[in-house]
Design a protein around this ligand. Structure first.
Ligand code: SF4
Length: 764
């Protein structure tokens, strides 16, 4: 990758090959190694990969999938290997680099080019009116932030954003600092991904997290994988599903696209995966319309009620329903009104397909439903998750082995950050514990989530943005509005490991504060430190970096937050920030006293593999107001595209990690050397009069009559569900208005965008 051309995007040079019919295998190993060696060289690659996901090694920052009990010496996937060696890169972004490239030049560069420049090495500042970043010392940088924070009319004019890369210790200190400073403005990337899961599960089960373990997945009779592409986004989930299959379980995949990982898995850790045909993952695949999942589960629930009518006492778990749930009668009456006509229209499936799923359900004693953003980023994401809970409650599929709910999180510690109090609406019980432990009065008013935060910056109600990890402007919907909101701030601060687009969207003053990565050794005054994370299945364990830091001028996130707190709040308060920086075990001692489930934290996390947080659902307890799990009545909501329109979902390519493309390819889908493509069923393209590879603009159409345009795409004929389209994010974030959000969770509706494809010739 050239370092000389920041002013141009990589040229799209589209080549299309047939989509892959299996995931992983030797090609995945080869691709991972090719990328790793190009980034980090052989020594750093070996040091990094051999300790990745080992009991005392580096927790993979690639996603939040848990580690198995019995670990292979190569316990990672293609994406994990790419991600951690991308961080371990030998390339460096220096002060000379910033002197050579103006902020405007960097802003014109692609996300991929920015990422490929390497690790940040020292604090940089862009001063008001300046065209370039320039070096600044740590003391001056933190003093500048502290002065701005202390100069605000109200602490609520500042916001502290985090992505799920942040470890537990730094997350706990960040929320402590924000609240000691006086605000609950703690938006996070969870607002943009699994907030609907937390809302739906919290309301119905009393716990906003998944209930299952890896063992549950292995021993389940039937696992649904809904709105999720594990082959790309959580690849080691395929090993777990392979074991499900080996144990005689069945898998049903529900998705608008037939993803390679849902079809077949060639496990590179097994001879069968290397030289054989691998394992068929999905026994049934439902190519559903985007947003049709609510209707699907409503019909599955109606069919269960009818099966019970036909053979009373044989289908539903009446003891479980009577003992552990409320709302069954209303739910049953409502569910009986669901019609085939509506369900078939909403899902695009046939009656036979849905009845085949129903038969699988009747034959399964233990059922798990897994899902990801294919469900949560719809306007009815929360009702869909409530309906799934009802589906599981009907047959007692919660709180027993092999059964339960499994929202699969993307960012490695996104669940842990929320557990640590990174939440704009954290419960009063958490604030009470914080107040008692640290002897201050935390603010009680709810803060801004990500959407509300952008509105606040746009409207001049917030003027200091501190982003700890992540790439906020590329992760958020409504890219233009989000960028303008950041540019309107007095100060933007990005605490980062690598360069990204958010560094080029500057407030009046902008700071880049470079930090240690997960793979870097972290040595503080009392010696080498480790940090902890919580995965998607509530397992808490250590992560310990192995590499020499990318630069001697890096500070850990714990150190940056602690020093910023001292500069802002003053020395000598009741919170021993300096001690926390010197010894992270002291932070964990405080976490143990504040956060439920963390008693004896230091001792329990010292055990190889760590410990699992308790989930009351698995003890038959549902901490809802009634003390019982809740059946809900959800109105059918169907995303209907007018004639000539499609329902667009945004998604990642296989060669991409969150907002950052590693290459211009999407290997499993057969897309090469291009990202501005839109995948559409060939029959839909024919109806629209658009030929495969035709240049098009994607135009989103909203109920208020407004339109938004993403220019310069090419249509690609692809076996997607009829009536749907799929294109990559962040390129398509511009199509989703800030106010288009899921009900209750406020998550941007990136999976249900009504669009038309406009041939470029017609643009005029
Ligand atoms: S599945 Fe996720 S956590 Fe595991 S190695 Fe792959 S990217 Fe990393």
């Amino acid at each position: 990758m050239s370092r000389k051309r920041p002013d141009v995007d990589p040229q799209d040079d589209l080549d299309v090959t047939p989509p892959k019919t299996y995931a992983a295998g030797l090609p995945a190993v080869a691709h991972a190694m090719e990328y790793a060696l190009a980034q980090a060289g052989p020594k750093r690659t070996a040091l990094t990969l051999l300790s990745l996901n080992q009991a005392e090694g580096i927790d993979c920052p690639g996603c939040a999938w848990p580690d198995p009990k019995h670990r292979h010496k190569n316990e990672y996937c293609e994406n994990g290997a790419k991600h951690v060696t991308d961080e371990a890169t030998t390339r460096r972004v220096t002060r000379e680099f910033f002197a050579a490239h103006s902020v405007a030049e960097l802003g014109a560069a692609s996300d991929m080019w920015l990422n490929h420049q390497g690790r940040l090495t020292e604090p940089m500042v862009k001063r008001p009116g300046a065209t370039h970043y320039e070096p600044i010392g740590w003391d001056d940088a933190l003093g500048l932030v502290a002065d701005e924070l202390n100069g605000l009319a109200s602490p609520d004019e500042a916001m502290f954003y985090t992505s799920g890369r942040l470890n537990n210790e730094a997350a706990f200190l960040l929320q402590l600092f924000a609240r000691a400073y006086g605000t609950n403005n703690l938006p996070d990337c969870s607002n943009m991904c699994h907030e609907s899961s937390g809302s739906g599960l919290g309301e119905t089960l009393g716990v906003g997290k998944g209930s299952v373990s890896l063992d549950d997945i292995h021993e389940s009779d039937l696992v649904f994988v809904v709105g999720q592409n594990p082959g790309t986004n959580h690849p080691r989930m395929l090993s777990a599903l392979e074991e499900t299959k080996r144990n005689g379980g069945r898998v049903i995949a529900v998705n608008p696209l037939p993803e390679a990982g849902l079809i077949r898995f060639k496990n590179p850790q097994t001879p069968r995966g290397v030289v054989g045909k691998g394992t068929v993952i999905a026994d049934l695949f439902l190519k559903i319309r985007p947003g049709g999942d609510l209707a699907l589960f409503q019909m599955l629930n109606r069919l269960l009620l009818e099966a019970e009518d036909a053979a009373p006492g044989t289908v539903l778990d009446h003891d479980f329903i009577a003992t552990h749930t409320v709302g069954y009668d209303d739910f049953a009456a409502h569910t009986r009104t669901v019609t085939w006509e509506h369900v078939l229209a909403a899902t695009g499936l046939t009656r036979e397909e849905i009845e085949a799923v129903h038969r699988e359900v009747l034959g399964a004693r233990k059922v798990i439903v897994c899902w990801a953003m294919g469900l949560t980023q719809h306007r009815h994401g929360v009702p869909t998750i409530r309906e799934i809970v009802s589906f599981l409650l009907l047959r007692g599929n919660l709180g027993r082995p092999g059964a339960g709910v499994c929202p699969v999180r993307g960012h490695s510690n996104v669940q842990g950050d929320r557990t640590m109090g990174i939440w704009e609406r954290v419960p009063d019980s958490f604030l009470d514990a914080l107040a008692a432990e640290f002897d201050f009065a935390p603010p009680r008013a709810h803060g801004y989530d990500s959407v509300a935060g952008v509105r606040a910056m746009r409207d001049g109600k917030a003027s200091v943005f501190v982003g700890v990890a992540g790439n906020f402007v590329r992760a958020m919907s409504d890219s233009d509005v989000t960028e303008a909101a950041l540019r309107g701030c007095r100060l933007t601060v990005q605490i980062s490991t690598k360069l990204n687009r958010s560094h080029t969207v500057c407030g009046e003053t902008a700071l880049i504060l470079p930090t240690l990565g997960r793979s870097d050794r972290d040595v503080q005054a009392t010696g080498e430190q480790f940090v902890t994370v919580e995965d998607s299945m509530s397992e808490v364990h250590q992560s310990r970096g192995r590499l020499e830091p990318a630069s001697p001028d890096l500070l850990s996130e714990v150190a940056i937050i602690g020093r910023l707190a001292r500069r802002t709040l003053g020395e000598g308060g009741a919170i021993p920030w300096e001690d926390f920086e010197a010894d992270y075990a002291l932070v964990r001692d405080r976490i143990a006293r504040v956060v439920p489930g963390f008693a004896d934290f230091n001792a329990r996390v010292a055990v190889p593999g760590g410990f699992r947080l308790p989930n009351p659902v698995n003890e038959g307890r549902f901490p809802t107001p009634s003390g019982k799990a809740v059946f809900t009545c959800n109105e059918l909501d169907m995303i209907t595209a007018p004639k000539g329109h499609l329902v667009l979902q945004s998604l990642r390519s296989h060669d991409q990690w969150n907002t950052i493309p590693y290459a211009m390819n999407d290997r499993y889908r057969g897309i090469h050397d291009a990202r501005r493509i839109v995948m559409v069923n060939p029959d839909d393209l024919a109806e629209l009069g658009i030929a495969d590879r035709d240049p098009v603009d994607i135009v989103s159409v909203w109920t208020d009559g407004t339109e938004r345009r993403a220019e310069g795409f090419r249509a690609v004929a692809y076996p997607a569900a009829r009536g749907s389209a799929a294109a990559y994010y962040p390129e398509t974030n511009v199509l989703v208005p800030l106010d288009s959000v899921a009900e209750i969770s406020n998550t941007p509706t990136s999976k249900g965008v009504i669009v038309r494809l406009e041939p470029v010739a017609a643009r005029g």
